[in-house]
Write a protein that binds this ligand. Structure first.
Ligand code: FEO
Ligand code: CA
Ligand code: CA
Ligand code: CA
Length: 589
């Protein structure tokens, strides 16, 4: 059933109107199955969720908060797999005002968390691995999944690559600069051809503070990464390592891509410093024709950059041991877009161009620790907040979500960021040579869509006339592709930018339906939509619904929604949902 106003699209569902409300919405013929909620058991011994009396010990065994990146690893390992596998989920951050009674609204709750509440929040960060299966049409966690895992802000990790052991990574607790406790603010992510998952530390600056942020020897570097004296999460009141006056190097141990093996719950996660330190939104891979692995990454900040990393050696499917440290050696590059539709990938290599001692770089370790400053010196193109960067498996183009940039002034416009006061964001395509040579130093680029409501939002533009009622989107954040190469775009920020709920939109990427986005999912009040993942056989859309009820005056006692339970004794709960067709068919068709 094609919509008359959106003819030419291969999509077969009726787009949703731009509603907002306490509950989420899917198109006719689809249903939502709630799969994992904050507080659901993950590990043996997890107590029943009791939000009024939550403890760090309980939280360490339960599903964490603010689910973001989603990935699916089939079981048994090594098979293409059916509808049984390991769900990997990032837990980006916490909303104490909605997690604990009596803290007031978000503003008040920031400063009054107790030591135990801080520890609970630390246990609610990180990632979860949960065995899931679909039986009789319904997705559910497998009870007692033996590969289940929780990773938290205290999980022991190894640091590898050019910054491992660097003097700026050494602390009192780790004089070697090679071991770190925990991971923070993992937003989106990616995976590797050798079956590991990559999770991306984004706004790590929210956790570090103290007077020394502006007075210490590293003050300029702290500033470039957005550290402030009084951070969003003032954990330093109870956990000294977050005070840069006491541990000036601790923030340098965050802002990395972390790799782990989801099939081995005992494996130690590794921070791969060769991929650079910045506010990593995600890290998705593509393969160059010669087998080298290319990791695309966005640095989610206004006027920051799009990066890629190309491994030094090809991936060898027959040599699992040889692949294990493939991400430790290679070339980190940053994009310079030209107004003529071409772009150059500039290597961040110590000793080349401005990346020398004259500018304070004495090693590749220095370059990756201050990747942002290195990219500044190379003349990378400041973008409108690069979020997900992901390759379409069908047409080989790389899609860059540029979520918004209200600070883009008319005198700073360029062709890849052409809109002043860009509140709705846009998406562009990078086209590698031959639509496949992801390792190349050059590429072409095109605008895919300029988000916003056509006719209302200045500069909104899609390939053809997108349905003014149901099709347009605002603030593209993460994306996924189905096996037909159609793009599914999740949004973050539409309630502010466009006064509509965030959602998930689908569109063709080629042909008559190119960029004709259509609204597939409407998030509940206060939530953004993360982790879009098209499940096995294109029969499921998995979504991570993050921070339901996150509104200025929301509290534990009086949240703006109680999604998904809608029980008076339950606060809103960030949850992973599975959206399936009631007839079991292919989604979107
Ligand atoms: Fe965590 Fe850039 O969104
Ligand atoms: Ca995101
Ligand atoms: Ca994605
Ligand atoms: Ca975002």
């Amino acid at each position: 059933a094609q919509l008359p106003t959106e003819g030419g699209s291969t999509l077969g569902f009726h787009g949703l109107p731009h509603s907002s409300g306490p509950d989420s919405v899917v198109p006719e013929g689809y249903e939502i199955q709630t799969l994992m909620r904050w507080g659901d058991p993950v590990l043996p011994g997890a107590p029943a969720f009791d939000p009024a009396n939550q403890t760090p010990e309980a939280q360490a065994l339960q599903f964490g908060y603010n689910n973001d990146y989603l990935d699916f690893f089939p079981l048994p390992k090594g098979t293409k797999g059916g509808e049984h596998g390991l769900l990997v989920v990032n837990h980006e951050y916490t909303n104490p005002e909605l997690m604990f009674p009596g803290l007031g609204n978000a503003r008040a709750a920031r400063t009054c968390s107790t030591a135990a509440q801080v520890r609970t929040q630390m246990m609610a960060h990180g990632a979860s691995v949960v065995e899931i299966r679909r039986e009789n049409g319904r997705w559910a966690p497998v009870a007692g999944g033996t590969m289940n895992r929780r990773i938290t802000a205290e999980t022991a990790m190894r640091i590898s690559g050019p910054a491992a052991g660097h003097e700026r990574l050494r602390t009192a607790a780790d004089p070697t600069g090679t071991r770190v406790l925990g991971t923070l603010n993992n937003c989106a992510g990616g995976n590797t051809p050798w079956g590991t998952v990559l999770i991306a530390e984004e706004n790590f600056n929210y956790y570090f503070g103290g007077e020394a942020v502006t007075t210490g020897a590293q003050a300029a570097a702290y500033k470039r990464y957005g550290l402030v004296r009084d951070p969003q999460f003032p954990w330093l009141r109870h956990e000294p390592r977050f005070d840069v006056g006491l541990e000036p190097n601790e923030p340098n141990r965050f802002g990395w891509v972390v790799e782990f093996d989801p099939y081995d719950p005992d494996s130690q996660p590794v921070k791969r410093t060769a991929l650079g330190r910045f506010k990593h939104e995600g890290c998705t891979h593509a393969l160059a024709p010669d087998g080298r692995v290319v990791i695309y990454m966005g640095d989610d900040e206004r006027f920051d950059y799009v990066y890629k990393f190309v491994t030094a050696r090809p991936w060898n499917p027959g040599d699992p041991a040889g692949n294990r440290d493939l991400l430790d050696n290679g070339t980190l590059m940053v994009a310079r877009f030209h107004d003529d539709g071409t772009l150059d990938w500039l290597p961040l290599t110590y000793g080349e161009g401005p990346l020398t001692e004259a500018n304070g770089f004495r090693s590749q370790g220095d370059v990756v620790i201050e990747a942002r400053r290195a990219a500044d010196l190379l003349g990378a193109t400041p973008m409108d907040r690069p979020e997900d960067v992901e390759t379409n498996p069908v047409n080989g183009r790389v899609y860059v979500m540029l979520t918004n940039n209200g600070s883009r002034r008319p005198d700073r416009l360029d062709a890849p960021n052409p809109r002043p006061n860009n509140h709705h964001g846009h998406a562009l395509e990078i086209i590698p040579p031959g639509n496949c040579d992801h390792a190349a130093r050059t590429a072409r680029w095109e605008i895919f869509l300029m988000a916003g409501q056509p006719g209302t939002s200045a500069g909104a533009a899609y390939h053809r006339a997108v349905g003014a009622e149901s099709g347009w989107l605002s603030c593209p954040d993460n994306c996924a592709f189905d096996s037909k190469g159609r793009i599914w775009i999740a949004t973050d920020g539409a309630p502010t930018a466009a006064k509509v709920a965030d959602g998930l939109y689908a569109a063709d990427t080629d042909g008559e339906g190119r960029a004709l986005t259509r609204r597939f999912y409407a998030a509940p009040q206060g939530a953004e939509v993360c982790g879009p993942l098209i499940g096995p056989g294109d029969r499921t859309v998995f979504l991570a619904v993050q921070h339901p009820g996150e509104d200025a005056e929301s509290t534990f006692e009086n949240p703006s929604t109680r999604w998904p339970d809608f029980r008076p004794d339950m606060p809103p709960r960030p949850s992973v949902i599975a959206i399936v067709r009631k007839d079991g068919g292919v989604v979107g068709s």
